[in-house]
Design a protein around this ligand. Structure first.
Ligand SMILES: [Zn+2]
Length: 161
């Protein structure tokens, strides 16, 4: 193989390709990183659809709170499905102001997914459903001009202690 061909391969490989995995927000909403309501450290809100319970726990201070996902509405009991932190009105851990908007991710996997999308120079989308997380994102996430600043913001969030 000639050197030229090798460097061509290297270049191709360096194209950062993002393949839309058709994730929806619900894929990430059952495990949410939050600020502990008691000590403000990183805590976890988890919702268990099968058990119909949500739980917020903090390993730093031992805070633990559980709540039911069931609620009474007009005499009938219904199951409320929402992102885990919302059962406790907890503040998202991965959240930061971005110009006039707010950048946010529910957890590490969600943050990594957004990072891959924003950092990709090539974005491949499969059949669009209009329901995926990427399509629902506010405009600023998609704007290539914001790429550098968004990646910096994500790097900062990744290191947040
Ligand atoms: Zn705590």
């Amino acid at each position: 193989m000639s050197g030229d061909f090798l460097s061509f391969l290297k270049l191709r490989f360096m194209d950062r390709r993002f393949t839309d995995q058709q994730k929806i927000l619900a894929d990430f909403q059952d495990q949410v990183a939050v600020h502990c309501p008691s000590c403000n450290a990183k805590a976890k809100a988890v919702s268990d659809q099968a058990a119909r319970k949500a739980k917020l726990t903090c390993v730093q201070c031992g805070y633990s709170k559980e709540c039911s996902m069931l609620t009474k509405m007009g005499g009938t009991t219904i199951q409320v499905s929402m992102p885990a932190h919302r059962y406790f009105d907890a503040i998202l851990w991965y959240r930061s102001a971005f110009r006039n908007d707010v950048f946010m991710a529910y957890n590490e996997a969600h943050l990594a997914y957004l990072k891959n999308y924003i950092g990709a120079t090539l974005r491949e989308h499969r059949d669009r459903t209009h329901f995926t997380l990427l399509e629902k994102l506010p405009k600023f996430y998609h704007d290539a001009r914001n790429r550098e600043s968004l990646l910096k913001l994500i790097a900062k969030l990744e290191k947040k202690l």
